[in-house]
Design a protein around this ligand. Structure first.
Ligand code: XMP
Length: 514
């Protein structure tokens, strides 16, 4: 590893990716490794610093994750967080016990600001605690540098050996000065320059992909969404036309989206790669005919996607690598230590293709959060329009059409959605609302238009504000905007005579309208 790197050793805690992210926010490159990684490998990586994460276990129990003492004798600064802190203390001769009072939540903290770790931090600050065990007696050589009402050793350090232990979680936002503490560790204690940027991620990824792939052949399923687009461009930068991208147009994309993807990635586009567009619209509509149950539709679309992709892959023949646009939130942490992580049956692609002949998967974005993927996309020169695309479900409009899917209904929802998006953007609301789209209810009702009786569909508009997409609230769109959208949809989209606005939150609703 040529450039300065901090490594995070993953002991199975829930905030591990956040630790890495905060380090990257300090402009220091960071990689996560399982606690099962051999010490030899760590030495080879030659990091500027090591951070041990939290985890769900008790370090004094026999089968809990541990690490060799040698880690603390390499002369590399080590910061232990929560479980990592307890483990460091336990291994080096401190005492860790079940605490008398379990601490959970925001807690007042007193810190010694004369120490390297807490430099510039307020003496009385707030931290996020989440632990049963705590250090009752620090290891020899350590002094206590922070405490809370219930936790006499909230932080301890041995500045000479550059070993630091923190019981709380500086990586979460509930520790408002936590990033400062992590900055103090990586830039102060470890001496990192803090000059790493997303362009370095791009550069480094290009280099390592090149090294790995050599003159091998690479295949990528391109959906037109942000993640697979960024992954594809990264690969194309690295290996040029050794990369083939297969774009399956299932006919359930937003209006004109298929053509837009082709414009960017196709022969007239900006990148050096082989682009194959499969126009499988009719095939998907055929499979979906008469199917009304949403889960069933999802399954059919996912399955069919794989089949189409496989058929194309067969034509290409054996490849060496298959690229997946998996990003961190797609990675399900099952069990301990990251290394046991499995890929969610990639819900955009419906699982891994069974019959594609490839040797290995490449997931270049696996460690990044969505906003980091977007930054990388901008670095790579991908058009903003594509980089800031809203989330869009893999099964596409198939699940935004209630009831059975037909080409006619797809047309209606595409046209209504395009108008809605255009008006939201015109009103300057597009950056404020996290996700918004039109859906087609399966309801038809009587209306009157130009003296004629109509019996047409009702379109539902959805718009939500959300931080994590786990919960959401309906956005308060000004009535005049809604009114304009309603007018345009009814006038311009044949087959619609009513427009409804969905005011439900999630829960009990979901964001999608399926
Ligand atoms: P729900 O409807 O579950 O949606 O509240 C939460 C977020 O997930 C998106 N979503 C999907 N994204 N494949 C995806 O990539 C899918 O199958 C899928 N289903 C829902 C949804 O758009 C929202 O952002």
């Amino acid at each position: 590893m040529g450039r300065e790197t901090v490594i995070v050793l993953d002991f199975g805690g829930q905030y591990n990716q956040l630790v890495a992210r905060r380090v990257r926010e300090c402009h220091v490159y960071c990689e996560i490794y399982s606690y099962k990684t051999e010490i030899e490998k760590i030495k080879e990586l030659n990091p500027k610093g090591i951070i041990l994460t939290g985890g769900p276990n008790s370090c004094y129990e026999a089968d809990s994750p541990t690490y060799t003492r040698e880690l603390f004798e390499l002369g590399i600064p080590v910061l232990g967080l929560c479980y990592g802190a307890q483990l460091m203390q336990h291994i080096l001769g401190g005492k860790v016990e079940r605490a008398a009072v379990r601490e959970y939540g925001k807690t007042e903290l007193q810190v010694d600001t004369g120490t390297a770790l807490f430099r510039g931090v307020s003496p009385e600050t707030t931290c996020w605690m989440s632990h049963f065990d705590s250090v009752s007696n620090p290891a020899p050589g350590f002094s206590v540098t922070a405490k809370t009402a219930n936790c006499p050793v909230a932080a301890a350090e041995d500045a000479e050996r550059k070993l630091y232990a923190i019981q709380f979680h500086p990586e979460v936002l509930h520790t408002p000065e936590g990033t400062k503490m992590l900055y103090n560790f990586v830039c102060g204690v470890c001496g990192c320059a803090g000059d790493w940027k997303m362009d370095s991620f791009v550069e480094q990824s290009v280099r390592s992909i090149r090294e790995k792939v050599g003159d091998g052949k690479v295949l990528c399923a391109l959906s037109g969404g942000v993640d697979s687009s960024v992954a594809a461009v990264l690969l194309s930068k690295a290996v040029g036309d050794q990369l083939t991208c297969v774009f399956v147009d299932h006919g359930l994309l937003r209006k004109n989206e298929g053509d837009e993807v082709e414009e960017v990635f196709g022969p007239e586009g900006n990148y050096d790669l082989h682009f194959i567009r499969v126009n499988a619209q009719q095939r998907f509509y055929g499979k979906l005919a008469g199917v009304t149950e949403p889960e069933e539709k999802r399954k059919i679309i996912g399955e069919e996607f794989i089949r189409v992709f496989e058929e194309e892959a067969k034509k290409i023949g054996a490849v060496d690598y298959l690229v997946q646009g998996t990003i961190y939130p797609d990675v399900v942490e099952s069990g301990l230590g990251g290394e046991s992580s499995v890929i969610k049956s990639h819900h955009n692609v419906g699982g891994l293709p069974d019959y594609v002949d490839f040797k290995e998967i490449i997931e270049p974005l696996r460690d990044l959060f969505k906003d980091e993927v977007r930054k990388a996309g901008l670095e790579l020169g991908i058009p903003e329009k594509l980089v800031f695309r809203q989330p869009f479900p893999g099964p596409g409009l198939g699940i935004r059409i209630i009831g059975d899917v037909t080409a006619e209904k797809v047309r209606i929802v595409q046209d209504a959605d395009a108008i809605y998006r255009e008006e939201i953007a015109k009103a300057g609301l597009d950056k404020e609302i996290n996700q918004y789209f039109a859906a087609l209810t399966n309801m038809r009702s009587v209306g009157v238009m130009g003296d004629e009786r109509t019996y047409d569909y009702a379109v539902a508009l959805r718009a939500v504000r959300t931080i994590d997409f786990m919960t959401a609230e309906a956005a308060e769109i000004p009535y005049e905007v809604l009114n304009r959208v309603m007018n345009r949809i009814i006038n311009e989209v044949r087959g619609v005579n009513r427009v409804l606005y969905d005011v439900s939150s999630k829960p009990p609703g979901t964001i999608e309208f399926e």
